[in-house]
Design a protein around this ligand. Structure first.
Ligand SMILES: Cc1cc2nc3c(=O)[nH]c(=O)nc-3n(C[C@H](O)[C@H](O)[C@H](O)COP(=O)(O)O)c2cc1C
Length: 186
């Protein structure tokens, strides 16, 4: 395959998530794609947040946050909370809010899956802060479960690609992980 060099960028497809935190005593949500697994046991997850966002203050103050996964039905609201900042607009009524084990990690009732976290590490980059949280609770819509596991199809996960800035939904499964590789013959 012939290669060309492009401008420096990430090119990693991202999950579309909604980060929940308390901002000035009210629940606040922002859209986020910079989300990653960090440690298997205990389960830790990281989020990269630009230092200009209200969410930074909420997480630093309470040392807690949540990560909810919207489906297609929530796309307009998800994008909206990725445009408006709590610094100028009260977003506390955009979603129905519930709380789990942590009382300062607001989660979204209408989102099919939400994770609540305690902050355990903070990495401050020049423009973005990477917060690592330890998972304290996972709340999934009962109808999404198949044999006790989340069905990705039923979940209706959304993805974000940049720099083209598009939302995508999950396509077809193209192979079984930790399995299809066994077909390889040297
Ligand atoms: C789809 C999408 C994904 C985004 N991902 C991130 C992200 O991962 N990190 C980030 O800092 N901002 C991200 N943003 C921007 C914030 O969501 C946006 O600036 C938001 O208004 C910040 O809200 P706040 O000031 O209330 O915290 C994203 C926006 C959109 C629309």
């Amino acid at each position: 395959m012939e290669k060309v060099q492009l401008d420096k960028n990430f090119f990693i497809p991202m999950p579309v998530t909604l980060i929940g935190s308390m901002y000035k005593g009210k629940p606040n949500f922002m859209a986020a794609g910079w989300v990653s697994r960090v440690n298997a046991n205990p389960p830790q997850i990281g989020i990269g947040i630009h230092q200009s966002h209200a969410t930074i203050e909420g997480i630093e103050e309470n040392k807690t946050f949540s990560i909810c996964f919207p489906n297609k039905e929530l796309l307009v609201k998800a994008d909206y909370v990725g445009i408006a900042s709590a610094k100028k607009t009260d977003k506390s009524h955009v979603f129905d809010v519930f709380y789990g084990n942590i009382k300062t990690a607001p989660m979204i009732q209408e989102a099919p899956l939400c994770i609540e976290c305690n902050l355990v590490h903070t990495y401050k980059g020049p423009t973005n802060t990477f917060f690592i949280g330890e998972i304290q609770g996972v709340h999934a819509e009962k109808s999404l479960l198949q044999d006790g596991k989340i069905s990705p199809k039923a979940m209706d996960y959304l993805f974000l690609t940049m720099p083209d800035n598009n939302y995508w939904s999950l396509g077809e499964s193209v192979g079984k992980a930790w399995s299809i590789g066994k077909q390889y013959k040297a």
